[in-house]
Structures are given as C-alpha cells and as structure tokens.
Design a protein around this ligand. Structure first.
Ligand code: NAD
Length: 365
C-alpha cells in the first residue's frame, strides 16, 4: 500500500480520490487540516438527493492516509443506502479524524473539526461513531448547529448506541426467524465481536433473552467489565470464525467477512452493527449465499442510531424512535424473503430498494 504522498511515481500509478475503488460518485470530499490542534480529518459527502448528508465521525489510528480515505468513502456511501432504506430524508456522509482517540483527542481539536463541519453550511451533519462520545458532539455543538447525537441535557436525543443495538437485535431476530423458524434467541450461541458502545448494549439484549453469548475485543479491560456485568463468556481461542455458533455478530470494524474468513465461518446467521462487513459486497455476498449463511445487511439493521439522531432534526420523541427501530424486524424479514424470491444476495435486495427510493426522488426533482 502507498503511504508516502511525496512519492510522485506512486501518485501517478494510483489516482488518490476519483480513482479509488471506494469512490462511488461521491459528490464532495473535504480534507481538513489544522496544524495548531493537529487535526487531520476527511469528510466524505456521498449523496444528498434525499437530504443533507448525515453520518458520524470516526476517530481511528489509521495505518495510512489511504486507509483513512478508503474508510471514509466506504462509510459515507453506506450512509446513503442506510438512510434511504430506512425511509429517512437524509443523504449519506461520514467523517474520519486520523489519530488515536484515547491520546490525541482534545477539546480544541474537536472544536476545530466542528468549524470545518460548519463551513459546509449544513450539507454535512455530523454525529458520533467509533472513538467519539456524546460529550465530543456537545463540544462540536458549541461551534456549529450541524451536529446530532448531542446529550439529552443539551436538548439532544443522547447516545445513539443503545438504540442501534436494539435495531441490530431486531434484525438478528428476523434473520433467526428466517434461518431457524423462530425469532427466539434463547439458547442460541451468539459471538459478539467488539463490545464497545453498541456491542455491550447488544450483549444486554441477548442475555435478557437467554442467548449463550461469547464476547471478543482487543481491549481486555472492557472484556472483563462486560463479562462480569452480564455473566457472559470471553472467547479465549485464536480464530472465532471457525467456531461452531448459530450467530456471528460483528460489532467492531468492517470487512471481517473476506477471502480469509468466509470459508471458515460456521455461523448460520450473520447479524451485527459494524458498517461494511463484507470486504467485497458482490463477491462475498454471493459466497455467503452459496454457503447458505443468512446475512442480515449491515446498513439495514444498524440504522437505529441514525433513526435516533434524525429525531433531533425532525423533533420526534422516544416512542417514535422505538417504533421505527422495531420496524427493522419487518424490513429485514421482507428483504430476506425478497432475496430468495429473486435469487439475489440479501445485500443486493436491500441495496436495490434503497437505490430505487433515491432514483424516484431524482425524477420528482
Ligand atoms: P466503539 O468504539 O464503542 O466500540 C468498538 C469496539 O470494538 C471497541 O471496544 C474496540 O476495542 C473493539 N475492536 C476494535 N477492533 C477490534 C477487533 N479487531 N476485534 C475485536 N474488537 C475490536 O464503537 P461502537 O459505537 O460500538 O460501534 C461499533 C460498530 O458499529 C462500528 O463499526 C460502527 O461504525 C458501527 N455503528 C455504530 C453505531 C452507533 O450508534 N454507535 C451506529 C451504526 C453503526
């Protein structure tokens, strides 16, 4: 992978933005740089046909700028289809901040980032993602109104993660209904990979229903905390993909379903919160279908968070948030059945419905 931006030979070989595979007709990509605070961020605005591009900000210690660019492009594209399939009047966008959230995130850096968001005049609206907290969004709110996911004390809808987890739980139940004939998860073996904000809340939903839960994370303190709080098992093995399980729930980062893992997978259902779980949507979607593994499309079942933050823009309350999130169960079941009827992957089935909503709005305009 190319990391040295000064190497002009390499630059001529790979086009940095428009030539990226993940660049899929994005409307705008904004690079934000501030020497004083150390801010280096990229805002990706994929599509604004249905409304302003709303999507969270991720802070991650990327191994290269290319990795960060690829991530933001894939994530912002995913947001377009997530909002479209959920029936929200929002476009797709996302931001990444390059750096370690635990050591490099400062109030000054967050405010400076907020100023960059503000400079886009509402075309992009931010929220939290990996490495961000509600308190960070409160800081961004001091410099721009174009932010959601702010705390309830400050008039926001609060942390979206529990509602995201609830939506994932609904999607998982629908996939279980399709795969096993019952949506009850009691005694089902579920591996939750990544027990951060969403993963932990998913573990809570699962243990309340009596599922047998195994957890993994790169953060051993969190593992112990979640194990003790919910009385679940820490997975101690080397390779969770090859373990016997009913359901694999990826709740860390994307692309865990890839050339290396797909042949080993023993799960019958994949349903998790992580964005962009399929390293290659077409290829890996098809392989999952061939292997009879029921895949609940990520951008469909992890939409609880966007439903939650959308409430801040549309002024609807908790009851409507929960109603819309519970509807993920029905939509997931419909998509799984639709994929079977039309002999396409579940990802394609979800994607086509989302795309048709965008196309219909374009013709109205
Ligand atoms: P988080 O940062 O709170 O948690 C992520 C967890 O994954 C951390 O505990 C981290 O240590 C762990 N992790 C990282 N790499 C790992 C690996 N290789 N193996 C195991 N664990 C690993 O993030 P979150 O808010 O819980 O989000 C989780 C995923 O869900 C992300 O992909 C995010 O984009 C997606 N998502 C989140 C929301 C939301 O409302 N927070 C909404 C939609 C989608």
């Amino acid at each position: 992978m190319v990391t040295d931006l000064v190497n002009t030979n390499e630059l001529t070989k790979i086009d940095p933005v428009f030539g990226q595979l993940s660049f899929d007709n994005h409307e705008q990509v904004v690079f934000c740089n501030d020497k004083d605070t150390g801010l280096r961020a990229i805002i990706g605005i994929h599509n604004t046909v249905l409304g302003p591009a709303l999507g969270g900000t991720r802070m991650w210690n990327y191994s290269s700028e290319w990795e960060a660019l690829n991530d933001v492009l894939r994530l912002s594209r995913g947001m377009t289809f997530k909002s479209a399939i959920t029936g929200l009047n929002l476009g797709g966008g996302k931001a990444v901040i390059l750096g370690d959230a635990r050591t490099q995130k400062t109030p000054e850096l967050m405010k400076r980032f907020g100023e960059f968001v503000h400079s886009l005049s509402g075309k992009y609206i931010t929220a939290e993602d990996v490495g961000m907290e509600t308190a960070d969004m409160d800081l961004v709110r001091t410099v721009t109104p174009y932010v959601t996911g702010i705390s309830e004390e400050k008039g926001g809808a609060g942390n979206p993660s529990p509602i995201t987890a609830y939506g994932v739980f609904m999607g998982m139940k629908a996939a279980a209904k399709y795969a096993f004939g019952t949506e009850l998860l009691e005694d089902r073996t579920v591996y939750v990979q990544g027990i951060g904000n969403v993963g932990e809340a998913l573990v809570e939903n699962l243990t309340n229903e009596g599922a047998k839960v195994f957890i993994t994370d790169i953060n051993s303190e969190r593992l112990e905390y979640v194990r003790d709080k919910y009385n679940v098992n820490i997975y101690e093995g080397e390779n969770l993909y090859s373990e016997e399980m009913d359901i694999y729930a990826p709740c860390a980062l994307g692309a865990t379903i890839n050339d290396e893992t797909i042949d080993q997978l023993k799960a019958k259902v994949i349903a998790g919160a992580a964005n962009n779980q399929l390293a290659n949507e077409l290829k890996h979607g098809l392989l999952l279908r061939e292997r009879g593994i029921v895949y609940a499309p990520d951008f469909l079942i992890n939409a609880g968070g966007i439903i939650n933050v959308y409430a801040e823009l549309e002024n609807y309350g908790k009851q409507e948030i929960v109603r819309k999130t519970e509807n993920i169960y029905n939509t997931t079941l419909e998509i799984l059945q639709n994929a079977e009827t039309n002999d396409i992957t579940t990802h394609q089935a979800a994607f086509e419905i989302a795309q048709s909503r965008i196309d219909a709005r374009k013709t109205e305009k």
